[in-house]
Write a new protein. Structure first.
Length: 292
């Protein structure tokens, strides 16, 4: 598995992907899963994949070589798409072609046809857009209400994105937050790991502003990981401890009901034991009431 995340903000898009591929604990490899397509001044696209690597590579190859249009007979490539919506449609079409070709053989080998894509980019004269394409070839588009999309091992990094990202976030702050979400995922899941590929696409620039790979030991990412861990430790230390362990019970059971509301620690255990012995609840509560 892998982790890919795209963030759409007012100034542009940040998209990152890890490179780890594993077929068991003793068979781990590195493969690029973030593919960039650029025609400076005319169009720019980034395509990230998660899931079955062979399926993803077949889809990317089809999109690069071209898919025959049944009506015109012409080959349609990803980079020829006149809009980003049509580009997303072509990714979906390529997925369905690979599914029709390979899904049965994969099923017979007990291998899941499990793959998904993030497609980000802009075509000249059109708006910047970010899509998530599912294994069936259908897709959704990122909106300003929730300005990020994730594929792969998304659950570890999502709480950070939910709290920290909005449409007005600075472009490179979005990159920083995205890297923090990647760090959280790497720390919690062995199927995700360095190197990490990064792409930054600025709105209306129609080109890749940043194309960078973070290798193990890279100074900034190492510092970010250490600072984030220290910040989390400092934050939880700064928050007061819960008061529940020492707070007396303020609510009592209705008269005639031999039930005591839960209490922390030894008092609750003692009350439970006495109830089992048949003592009335009111008497137990009076016995356990803290002395002033």
């Amino acid at each position: 598995m892998t982790y890919c995340c795209g963030i759409l903000v007012r100034d542009g898009i940040v998209i990152i992907a890890d490179t780890r591929t594993n077929a068991g604990l003793d068979n781990i490899s590195t493969f690029r899963k973030l593919h960039l397509f650029e025609e400076p001044g005319k169009r720019v696209m980034a395509l990230a994949s998660a899931g079955n690597l062979s399926v993803a590579q077949s889809v990317v190859s089809l999109l690069s070589e071209g898919i025959e249009n049944p009506e015109t007979g012409e080959l349609e490539r990803l980079t020829d798409a006149p809009t980003m919506f049509q580009a997303a449609q072509r990714v979906g079409r390529a997925l369905r072609i690979v599914h029709d070709s390979d899904a049965k053989a994969l099923e017979e080998a007990d291998i899941s046809f499990d793959v998904s894509f993030l497609l980000a980019g802009q075509v000249e004269g059109r708006r910047l857009r970010l899509f998530m394409i599912y294994a069936a070839g259908n897709f959704i588009e990122c909106t300003t209400d929730t300005p990020f999309l994730q594929i792969g091992e998304h659950k570890y990094g999502k709480p950070i994105l939910d709290r920290a990202v909005n449409y007005d976030t600075d472009l490179y702050d979005a990159l920083k937050i995205n890297l923090i979400s990647m760090d959280s995922t790497i720390r919690s899941n062995l199927a995700v790991g360095l190197p990490i590929d990064i792409a930054v696409i600025r709105r209306d620039a129609l080109g890749i502003e940043l194309n960078y790979r973070i290798m193990p030991g890279e100074p900034y990412f190492t510092d970010l990981r250490e600072r984030w861990s220290a910040a989390l430790r400092a934050a939880h230390i700064a928050i007061p401890r819960p008061p529940y362990a020492t707070r007396p019970v303020e609510s009592f059971a209705p008269e005639g009901v031999d039930t005591v509301l839960p209490r922390a620690g030894a008092l609750a255990n003692a009350a439970g034991a006495q109830l089992t012995a048949g003592q009335p609840a009111a008497k137990i509560l009076q016995q356990q009431k803290p002395k002033r």
